[in-house]
Design a protein around this ligand. Structure first.
Ligand code: ZN
Length: 252
């Protein structure tokens, strides 16, 4: 099976439509979404509608989705995220609210696991270091693990050559990585992060997503140009913080 993998769309329809077209052209068999459909951006309901319409999709919620439906306090959010969360809360339709409310923060599927941040603390913890990856290994039964949250395309995997060693990779456009395998050829601990569709933070402003081949266990990153200026205009028209428009152009 070929899966289109994406995360952190953050109410950015311009970026999401380009990503969905890319997956459609590839003829993917299904989708893996690691959460944060809404927050930051100007079109939350439109993004939720598009995700709901996907068939064979594994979808979890992120911290911004929970904040938008009032299930997570926004006090610890930075001022921009907090303003956007409250703005989103007022504008979500009943249908969007119901859909987001029905999503789990962690999901075990047939042959892989999803968690927005980490399996240990799904909505909050960022998976950014080898030590964190190691600390979460015991909590996963089905590899690979797919995460989002950091808005960075990353791979963590146990090394073949050194006992207990973990490799961490920041992935570039078109880079393909393979999940780790044990001595018997079985699946070994590996985490993949497809980066962020709607608000990349690795100094590359292009939308980020990935393609996962569940037989070959390969994960390939794609970077796609989209109309950043159009989203910036919508953010300004919506009265959302100016910084949320500016950061999209820098990929930060
Ligand atoms: Zn996010």
């Amino acid at each position: 099976m070929i899966y289109g993998v994406f995360s952190d769309v953050h109410s950015n329809v311009e970026a999401f439509d380009v990503v969905l077209d890319y997956f459609k052209d590839l003829g993917v068999d299904g989708y893996i979404c690691c959460g944060d459909l809404v927050g930051y951006g100007p079109q939350p309901n439109e993004v939720v509608e598009r995700v709901r319409a996907l068939s064979n999709a594994y979808v979890i919620c992120g911290n911004h989705d929970l904040a938008a439906i009032g299930r997570l306090e926004v006090e610890w959010f930075n001022p921009y995220a907090r303003a956007a969360a409250l703005w989103t809360r007022e504008r979500l339709s009943e249908a969007s609210r119901g859909y987001l409310g029905g999503l789990a923060a962690k999901l075990e599927a047939d042959g892989f696991t999803l968690a927005h941040g980490t399996p240990r603390r799904p909505p909050e913890e960022y998976l950014l270091s080898s030590a964190q990856f190691r600390a979460n290994i015991e909590l996963v039964r089905r590899w690979p693990l797919f995460v989002g949250h950091s808005h960075m395309p990353l791979c963590f995997r146990v090394r073949k050559d050194a006992k207990g060693g973990v490799e961490s990779l920041l992935l570039e456009a078109s880079q393909t990585v393979e999940a780790a395998r044990g001595p018997d050829g079985g699946r070994a601990p590996t985490a993949f992060n497809p980066g962020s569709v709607g608000q990349p933070r690795d100094q590359d402003s292009r939308a980020c997503c990935a393609v996962f081949d569940s037989e070959e266990l390969t994960f390939r990153i794609a970077r796609l140009e989209y109309d950043v200026a159009a989203v910036q205009s919508k953010i300004r028209e919506a009265g959302l913080p100016e910084f949320l428009a500016l950061r999209l152009a820098f990929g930060q």
